[in-house]
Write a new protein. Structure first.
Length: 568
């Protein structure tokens, strides 16, 4: 019966028992900067995995000792095995050492259910930290597995993008898993390939992303912000492409590219410096004097004042029973000089002429009080107060009008994110036109090698060009006239900028600076905030200078080389 009648059946069963299929994770798509420099790649790593149905937990202490991890490490990983089949291998640790592999090979017959596989792991050693830019991958959670977004194509144990570009472009970066079949003996020890690999399914790598980031500008921003707390966002004004994106304090992405222990997560999540917090799109602070250009444009556009409108600055402005101070005694000041010298007294009086409704309307045009639409989902909308906002808080027409004066110099309840400020200065640089800020230009299809460019919405504000020209010239004089940022000049490059200080009720004020360059044909617009640092001219402006220099000098060199070669 066994040898003749059911011979084929038992032969097939015996074959199946001796064949082991090993799932091969697909490499994630890699990331390149705007000049096709590789900025995030993959590297092969050896991962240890355990199949609970075949495993004896008494082995935990021995394996943990060889892995050099704390006692209870494996048990902790198995805590959430309610979502796993006991026959599904669980990743225990990635990037295990050669010493462990040697020990495993020596004792494999006694390590039932334990095996190692070679799978791709993120390589974060290419010069850019980019913790809040790239983001990190992490093993998928039970709640995400149940969600509509992940339920169809994901399995327990899969790693997915949790933050940054890794999260937002997960479906492009994720490849297709493969399977490799092996022959094993009665001890589950591999003895060879099954049918010489003819039934294997090779993995398919994910699509590569082409970022808008410029590697040199990004590294310059990261270096300039070392030891500081704050953010830098630089944008190409015409396209909305983000050239540099930094939030500090940051963290080491390589710590999160493996199976991350609870100790690492606890250390990061309880750190008072909040390294996991993406300040570039989530932190909201008053924009301070960087907001004065918007107020000037509003008054010009509404015909409330002309460029020659002047006030006398005696060092402040008396409003009711309170004296609102200015930074200096500026004397007679017109619109251009009010921006160049950052005269608060001018804007205390100007906002009273404008009124809160018109002020809020124009601020909304420039994107304040709402998300920019950047391709990062954790963005904050900031706060843009209005008549309705104050009526709700204090009662209709019962709120103190002195609040308007604080708004006039970009303080009070008004709050914005660094990416909103970068978009705002992009609109100033490019006469009211840009595109939705974005970090990724497109992707290269891993199968066809064709480049597919993403499309982003146009952004345009209804402001006359002549009014932009007035405030842009004033911004130029901030750096190249008698303004507050004369010390950041770069030979051969005209920079237009504006310093600012954001009041901080919890400590030292925050330093702000916004700028664009070159003045005549802007290629970069930038916003910098350095927290608890004081004056923008001292602490934020030099950061912007370093990033502008790193980007534009290289751009000029490239342009000269193309011209010399007869290429336009």
């Amino acid at each position: 019966n066994m040898q003749i009648i059911k011979n084929k059946l038992y032969e097939q069963m015996a074959t199946e028992n001796s064949v082991k299929g090993t799932v091969i994770d697909a490499p994630l798509g890699e990331m390149y900067d705007r000049n096709y420099n590789l900025v995030l790649s993959n590297k092969p790593a050896i991962s240890l995995q355990i199949t609970p149905a075949e495993y004896n937990e008494k082995l935990n202490p021995s394996i943990e000792k060889m892995l050099n991890v704390e006692a209870g490490y494996i048990k902790e990983i198995f805590k959430d095995n309610i979502i796993y089949s006991k026959y599904v291998p669980r990743k225990i640790k990635r990037d295990v050492s050669f010493n462990f592999i040697a020990w495993y090979e020596e004792h494999s017959e006694n390590l039932s259910g334990v095996e190692y596989v070679i799978d791709p792991q993120r390589n974060h050693s290419l010069g850019i930290n980019g913790s809040h830019l790239f983001g990190y991958t992490k093993e998928i959670s039970a709640s995400k597995l149940k969600s509509e977004e992940y339920s169809d194509n994901y399995n327990p144990g899969d790693f997915i993008g949790y933050t940054g570009i890794e999260r937002e472009y997960e479906k492009y970066l994720r490849g297709e898993k493969g399977v490799r079949y092996y022959l094993v003996d009665s001890h589950r020890k591999t003895v060879g390939r099954y049918v010489e690999g003819k039934n294997d399914k090779p993995p398919v790598k994910g699509n590569d992303l082409i970022l808008s980031i410029d590697a040199d500008a990004q590294m310059a921003a990261e270096k300039a912000m070392e030891g500081k707390s704050g953010a830098v966002v630089a944008i190409e004004p015409e396209t909305g492409e983000i050239l540099a994106f930094v939030s500090v304090p940051s963290y080491d992405l390589s710590q999160l590219s493996t199976v991350t222990s609870s100790q690492v997560w606890a250390s990061l999540s309880t750190d008072p410096a909040k390294p996991l917090f993406n300040r570039a799109v989530m932190s909201i602070n008053p924009p301070g004097s960087t907001f004065k250009m918007l107020e000037a444009i509003t008054a010009l556009e509404e015909g409330i004042i002309s460029p020659s409108f002047t006030i006398k600055c005696p060092g402040g402005y008396q409003f009711g029973d309170r004296f609102f101070k200015c930074t200096h005694v500026h004397g007679t000041v017109d619109l251009e000089r009010s921006i160049e010298k950052s005269c608060n007294t001018y804007y205390y009086q100007l906002i009273l002429k404008i009124g809160i409704d018109k002020w809020a309307k124009y601020a909304s045009y420039f994107g304040f009080g709402k998300r920019t639409g950047i391709d990062l989902s954790e963005e904050s909308p900031g706060i843009l107060p209005s008549q309705q906002y104050y009526d709700k808080a204090f009662g209709t027409d019962r709120w103190p009008r002195g609040m308007l004066l604080s708004l006039g110099i970009g303080q009070g309840e008004l709050s914005s994110t660094p990416v909103q400020l970068a978009k705002y200065v992009s609109l100033l640089a490019n006469f009211g036109k840009t595109k939705t800020p974005h970090l990724v230009k497109g992707y290269i299809d891993s199968r066809t090698q064709e480049f597919h460019q993403f499309q982003f919405e146009d952004v345009e504000v209804p402001i006359k060009r002549k009014n932009f020209e007035i405030v842009r010239e004033a911004m130029r004089k901030v750096v190249h006239g008698e303004g507050t940022a004369q010390h950041i000049k770069i030979p051969g490059i005209e920079i237009a900028g504006k310093t600012g200080t954001a009041q901080n009720p919890h400590g030292e004020d925050h330093a702000l600076f916004v700028a664009f360059a070159p003045f005549e044909n802007p290629k970069i617009a930038i916003a910098v905030i350095v927290e608890n640092a004081g004056y923008g001219s001292t602490h934020a402006a030099p950061v912007a200078r370093d990033v502008i220099k790193a980007y534009l000098i290289k751009e000029n060199i490239n342009s000269d080389l193309l011209t010399a070669a007869g290429i336009k």
